[in-house]
Design a protein around this ligand. Structure first.
Ligand SMILES: [Zn+2]
Length: 248
């Protein structure tokens, strides 16, 4: 059967001498593996689409297992994004997060819209580290680990919020804090974390943050991420090396 879908390429792996296997995230939030035969040949009709960070309409044949790419019409090549090393690195990290965290329960077009909006904003030269923090917040929420930020997670007080507690599931007040089990959080960082949780990436205007502010935000998100999801993340390590990961 022949299928047609709009989607984005979140992974492209060489296969043999001349082929590439693409992982396409469809606009319906489904991951589709596609064989792009001859994609490494020069010239190839698949050159423009057989790489990460492209949006296209894919036509493919599939009975069972992997689909065979027949034809693709490029919609967006995100060329500005790809000309910037940090933006490219954030986009790579977004695909690793998406690929590894995406289970059946996360399927749906919300994920597709979020990652596409991230790439579009990176392509529009918005601050990649701000975008990265916003996207990480979205992924934490999609994975079920969105922190409670408005009130103390233990006593429900809405003032004196000084720490984040992984065990309590969010921010906690100075009266409830147990030193050693919580991470200090400044009012400014709390403000931005709350903003990021509510922001629609596609609606994001210009946000300019001081380096120490974004470092603080990244530090909290990183800690929260490791407490709840953990693991080693290859593309995140690359991003850390490019952006002074000493904040960790
Ligand atoms: Zn409290």
């Amino acid at each position: 059967m022949i299928f047609k879908t709009n989607g984005i390429v979140i992974q492209a792996i060489d296969y043999g001498e001349t082929h590439r296997i693409l992982t396409v995230l469809s606009e319906h939030g489904v991951k589709i593996p596609l064989m792009a035969r001859g994609a490494k040949k020069v010239p190839s009709k698949f050159t423009a689409v057989a790489q990460p960070f492209v949006q296209a309409e894919f036509v493919y044949a599939r009975s069972q297992g992997m689909g065979m790419l027949q034809h693709a019409d490029l919609t967006n090549s995100f060329s500005t994004l790809k000309s910037d090393l940090i933006a490219t690195s954030v986009a790579a990290w977004s695909t690793e997060m998406t690929s590894r965290l995406m289970g059946e329960e996360m399927a749906g077009n919300g994920l597709y819209r979020a990652i596409l909006a991230l790439w579009e904003q990176l392509n529009a030269r918005k601050d990649p580290l701000v975008l990265c923090a916003v996207y990480e917040s979205k992924m934490l929420a999609l994975a079920g680990y969105q922190p409670e930020l408005g009130r103390c997670s233990k006593c429900r007080a809405n003032e004196g919020l000084t720490h984040m507690s992984a065990a309590e599931g969010g921010v906690i007040c100075s009266k409830c804090v147990r030193i050693g089990a919580a991470m200090p959080v400044s009012p400014r960082t709390l403000h931005w974390l709350t903003m990021f949780a509510q922001l629609d990436l596609s609606q994001l205007g210009e946000i300019t943050l001081k380096p120490e502010t974004i470092a603080d935000i990244r530090k909290i998100i990183r800690w929260w991420w490791q407490e709840h999801i953990g693991g080693e993340w290859k593309t995140r390590n690359v991003l850390d090396q490019l952006t002074d990961g000493s904040f960790i």
